[in-house]
Design a protein around this ligand. Structure first.
Ligand SMILES: *Cc1c(COP(=O)(O)O)cnc(C)c1O
Length: 359
């Protein structure tokens, strides 16, 4: 077997231990004589799995009791519609902080349902900074404030939680479970699974219960958070295989020492990669120092004519998926929880060698 170091932005690397458990379990899950994909979501074994996944997630993030944990399908993108559909009416205004492509997409989606006030927009500097919170033009009566704690494409991460007394809605797709958070500061947290949770196909939503009654009455059943809360996310057939893998990842995280331990490892991984970039004249990262992402590290080569060679040689060395997003160019290393420190060390060593040979 040969495994590469996978720096994909998403779907992204999964822990090898988890993959090996899946392989062992696959044909005969828990002695049932069936795979987990072939059993009813109403069976006792699956209901137990679902309950354990929720309990472990609650423990990892210290989710308070007055919050529901939901596992819908549809990814983060569906939540960009569900947030306004569940928290606003046509005449309400929602505030959006746009610090990257995903926040911009979320704000665009919300305009179909309510009035949108873009309270801050970092597109004037190509999404390489977070406008100072004192400059945000927030409305007096916002239904909620939406922001993106980690912008996956440009590599911009909030290292603070915005204040205020309106419900805070956060798209944490690319940094959920990467460090401890105070869930009580948030009204709603949502995340697609395929970066830090598991395979694509399942979504995590954490919502304060008192917000569940704000949904528009004509919302489709599957676009209503309360439907999921009232049915343990089994309002219709859930994505059982993805849920099973998410449960394994949550247990793996617990064995690593939880999100506190991940926070330390992630800080170490990202600091050494940024240090390698910043101390070289060959590589650079344009993001302001106070909001660099610990999860997605974009970097450009001084001479973009070398991009192709860098990608070919890194792939040949077993370092894959380093091509940057087309809107930024250059390279991007996504270094989520399941990307080991060893992988980051290997990347740094490769970068030094490549610079020596081509710089
Ligand atoms: C990947 C990503 C998305 C899109 O997620 P889907 O699950 O594909 O809908 C949205 N927001 C952020 C911050 C992301 O990183």
């Amino acid at each position: 077997m040969s495994r590469v170091y996978n720096f994909s932005a998403g779907p992204a690397a999964l822990p090898l231990e988890v993959l090996e458990t899946i392989r062992n379990d696959l044909p005969d899950w828990l002695g049932s004589g069936m795979s987990v994909m072939e059993v009813s979501h109403r069976s006792a074994d699956f209901v137990e799995l679902a309950a354990r996944a929720e309990a472990t997630l609650r423990e990892l993030l210290q989710v308070p009791d007055d919050y529901s944990v939901l596992f819908p399908q549809g990814g983060a993108t569906m939540q960009m519609a569900m947030a306004p559909m569940n928290l606003s009416n046509d005449d309400d205004t929602a505030d959006y902080i746009v610090t990257g492509s995903w926040g911009k997409k979320a704000a665009g989606e919300a305009t179909k349902f309510c009035k949108v006030n873009v309270a801050a927009d970092a597109s004037d500097r190509k999404f390489t900074y977070i406008p100072d919170a004192s400059s945000w033009q927030r409305s007096d009566d916002a239904a909620y404030l939406h922001y993106t704690p980690n912008e996956t494409i440009a590599g911009v991460e909030f290292h603070f939680v915005p204040g205020g007394d309106v419900p805070l809605v956060a798209d944490m797709s690319s940094n959920i479970l990467s460090r401890p958070i105070d869930v009580s500061r948030f009204g709603v947290i949502y995340a697609g699974a395929q970066k830090n949770i598991g395979p694509a196909g399942i979504t995590l939503v954490i919502v304060r219960n008192e917000l569940l009654d704000r949904a528009r009455p004509n919302n489709p059943h599957l676009m209503t958070w309360k439907s999921y809360a009232d049915s343990d996310s089994m309002t219709n057939t859930p994505p059982t295989f993805a849920w099973y893998v998410a449960d394994l990842v949550f247990q793996w995280l617990k064995r690593q020492g939880g999100v506190e331990a991940m926070a330390e490892i992630n800080a170490r991984k990202s600091s050494k990669l940024y240090a390698a970039i910043d101390t070289s004249d060959f590589y650079s990262n344009p993001v302001a120092l106070d909001c660099r992402s610990r999860m997605n590290v974009p970097f450009i080569l001084a001479d973009d004519a070398l991009d192709k060679k860098f990608l070919e040689e890194s792939a040949a060395a077993g370092l894959t998926n380093l091509k940057g997003h087309r809107s930024v160019g250059g390279m991007r290393a996504s270094i989520y929880n399941a990307v080991s420190e060893e992988a980051v060390d290997a990347l740094i060593a490769f970068m030094a060698d490549f610079e020596k040979a081509n710089g």
